[in-house]
Design a protein around this ligand. Sequence first.
Ligand code: PEP
Ligand code: MG
Length: 547
Amino acid sequence: MKRIGQAVSPGLAKAPAHIVRAVSWSLPKQAVANVDSELEKIDEAIMLTTNELQKIKNKTSSTSNQHDTDIIQVHLAIARDPEVRKRVRQRIEQESCDAAYAYYVEMEAVLESFAKHDDTYIGERKSDILDVRDRMLSHLHVPIAPVAKLDRDVILVGDDLMPSRFLQYDLQHVKGIVTRKGGMISHTVILARASGIPMLVGVEGLENVKQGQIVILDGLNGCVMFDPDPDEQADYAGQLADYTELITTLVEESPSAPATKPIQANIHGSDNIDGVRRYGADGIGLFRTEMIYMKATAIPSEDEQYDIYKAVLAQVDGPIVVRTLDIGADKQLPYLSRSSELRGIAHSLAHPELLKPQLGALLRASGEGDLRMLLPMVRSTTEIRRFKAILARLVTSKTMTIPLGIMVETVDALKNIDSLAREVDFLSIGTNDLKAELSAAGRAQGGSWYDPTLLAAVNRIIQTGHRHGIEVTLCGEMAADPMLAPVLFGLDLDVWSVRPQAIPLIRRELRKMDYDNCRKTALECLKTNSEEKLRSVLERHWKGVQS
Ligand code: PEP
Ligand code: MG
């Protein structure tokens, strides 16, 4: 039985299916006589949940990668959210109801407020909230069975897979993941990619899959086979051998053979610099700083941040583009007294107590190497000017100069692109958020970068940047798709910034590009008006290149 899905983490795998069961709740309201004991139960559940998450975090920080630890940090922030605790307590007091019901209802309200946002980033964060909710309810109501201990290699198959459940599995034995739900940037997908585990989402008919049934997951072509026949098994073996050889060759050749355009790395925090070096990145094009703030228990001081930025500059050659804090909406800092609906630069401008230590640290570190600053979720020139005014007040010497760029990832930024480009030294296209803002379907559902509207936006941003004489980088996931490399090359993109593991393949593609041919393909792609037509232009291009 063959099924089609969306490959969100590349690779190939063959192993027996391990079925992941969804958790479901039925929580009728219970009237209680002892309100105080229900209030205590909430605090106890928060403590138990926090302890559990802390244990997972300790385990992942010693055995796994940075992404895993970062995501558990987000879960800790959700579990400790003071606003939710306050509202749950109020409900218990006002309605004399049980703690499990009160918590469930409040979390439903949180989820509903998320559902109102078209922003798919927020949509994707729903699974994190559900994950924490289930953990809390398992302490307030009935315990959820822990994930099964794996004693052999498996492919996880299920309707959905929550990030913290995923991290509880022994990942050495998880060879692949197949789910019905999930989008390109859900946390489980980000974790799977960072752990090198192939994953397919959007696969229907999984309810018929049996425990132990053999599965072949093709995370290169977006399909999965259950109970494959001998021919399919032989095809798989051949494909696996080719793929393994390709990856080995790519990694070995990557640092020594430069590409025609710089390929930089995207990192979260400063812990995976080894990967940046191993895959031969030409600097860091996107240094996300959220986790520096989220891992801390109080606002990280200028000195602490200075040490981090300085250490990265010492370890990596080439420019380091540090993005100021992209926090807000669902990502709140537990140590801030008020939560905020603002995100990105708007949030930083509303919270100078967060922004100033970061800017102070960046200004000081700017003397140590090629450091650049990038502002997230920019919408207007007013924001840039307000930011520059704060920056100017912090500059204490003439040597403190940092090139300033903006992420172009909102529809407002796209509309105002001409006036925004006039204000800055470079542009960086954030296709993850931009696609979400451009499509009503949002980031979770909008599964493909082969989108003519998005491509037209990318083209417009590149052209505008060049008209103003500034460089344009693409640092969203779209840049990591090798199939699109000729189009972006033909549109004159200056810099690619991708997760480190994606560098070798993009480098190989960019090394063999013929500009005239790519330009022709890019212009043809711009004339298309549907995903199918865009794909068919690309297919023709690739067939032409191979023949
Ligand atoms: C983007 O939106 O494309 C981007 C790179 O930013 P993030 O994924 O961190 O929101
Ligand atoms: Mg973004």
